[in-house]
Design a protein around this ligand. Structure first.
Ligand code: NAD
Length: 251
């Protein structure tokens, strides 16, 4: 059974890999045997060191997903270093908090570019290599706000709704080529992304009270889900959004 989840010899790209959930998932993939290309706005040095210590390969690529030229740079770097791409985790994401009535066009556009548009076009670029080889795993990081409206984060909610739908659209077109496109929807996880919420005593108490597991999630909590969706264990799972939320949506 353990061989179903074995990623030895597989090459994974993870975006937003320097910290938070991307760092946790990168280390989880390496623990399962994968070699990594770590993409972020800043060098992913800490993540790279942790992976090298595990005896796997890791390269850090600095790229800004606000800029569409980054897509080619990322794919070319992976192909140059490893010659193939088996797994893509579209994890990089940003959030902007402002009441909808005052929300700026800049905050709308930047969030949609990084959280949704780059997810689609990086998937498209990577799929060109995967389709040739008739296998590949793409995992998009969605959110509880792929299902719920959220508060004060309208562009984030729109972008994460799009992530869930892009996941299904790509699965419909590419499953026949042996690709699996799925998403993980994390619940409330303790990372930089949720710092403002955790520092707000009222919101943090409200959030914690609703989580059946009675704790915030951690980057380690996504390791099992990302390894499952990256491995042969999920070969017949397509277009699924796997919620990892300590039970939030069940309440
Ligand atoms: P984080 O802010 O800790 O990490 C996000 C990473 O993305 C950072 O390393 C950042 O440098 C990188 N990034 C941001 N803009 C970028 C750009 N233009 N180009 C390249 N990289 C860029 O947040 P996180 O909580 O680890 O979030 C990871 C993903 O999980 C995001 O898509 C987020 O929306 C999603 N998510 C987080 C939570 C949560 O509770 N933390 C819940 C649901 C979904």
């Amino acid at each position: 059974m353990s061989s179903l989840f074995d990623l030895t010899g597989k090459v994974a790209i993870v975006t937003g890999a320097s910290t938070g959930l991307g760092q946790g998932m990168s280390i989880g993939l390496a623990e399962a045997g994968a070699d990594l290309l770590l993409v972020d706005l800043v060098p992913s040095s800490e993540t790279e060191q942790a992976i090298l210590k595990l005896g796997r390969k890791a390269y850090s690529v600095v790229a800004d997903l606000l800029n569409m030229n980054s897509i080619g740079l990322i794919v070319n770097s992976a192909l140059e270093k490893y010659g193939r791409i088996d797994i893509l985790v579209n994890n990089a994401g940003i959030i902007r908090r402002t009441p909808a009535i005052d929300f700026s066009e800049k905050d709308w556009d930047e969030v949609m570019q990084i959280n949704a548009k780059s997810v689609f076009f990086l998937s498209q670029a990577v799929a060109k290599d995967m389709i040739k080889r008739k296998e590949g795993k793409i995992i998009n990081i969605a959110s509880l706000l792929s299902f719920q409206g959220g508060i004060l984060v309208p562009s984030y909610t729109a972008s994460k709704g799009a992530v869930a739908q892009i996941t299904k659209a790509l699965a419909n077109e590419w499953a026949k080529y042996g690709l699996n496109i799925n998403a993980i929807a994390p619940g409330y996880m303790a990372t930089n992304n949720t710092k403002a919420l955790r520092e707000d005593p009222v919101r943090s108490k409200q959030i914690l009270e609703r989580i059946p597991a009675e704790r915030w999630g951690t980057p380690d909590d996504l390791k099992g889900a990302v390894v499952f969706l990256s491995s042969h264990a999920s070969d017949y799972v397509n277009g699924h959004v796997l919620v990892v939320d300590g039970g939030w949506l069940a309440r």
